[in-house]
Design a protein. Structure first.
Length: 81
């Protein structure tokens, strides 16, 4: 499990549903797609009595689809040619 507040990269949402994700020296381009069936995000809560309760904390209606390979932002270490 990752620590809370852990950053993976930078995500930019451009016009007309285009998305750009930068992770380190790699850049991915993708598109926002609406899901046919929305997903419900649940949080499990176990009480001291042993009772299990689930709380709905969100609904996911869209996803980002990355179809291409990542683009390298630098070609060689040190920037030499």
């Amino acid at each position: 499990m990752m620590a809370e507040g852990f950053e993976v990269g930078d995500l930019w949402i451009k016009k007309k549903g285009h998305v750009q994700l930068t992770i380190g020296y790699h850049q991915l381009s993708g598109t926002v797609i609406r899901l046919k069936k929305p997903l419900l995000v649940l949080e499990k809560e176990t009480r001291t009595s042993g009772e299990v309760n689930y709380d709905a904390i969100g609904v996911i209606r869209e996803k980002v689809l990355f179809k291409e390979k990542p683009y390298a932002l630098i070609s060689k270490p040190g920037g030499g040619s």
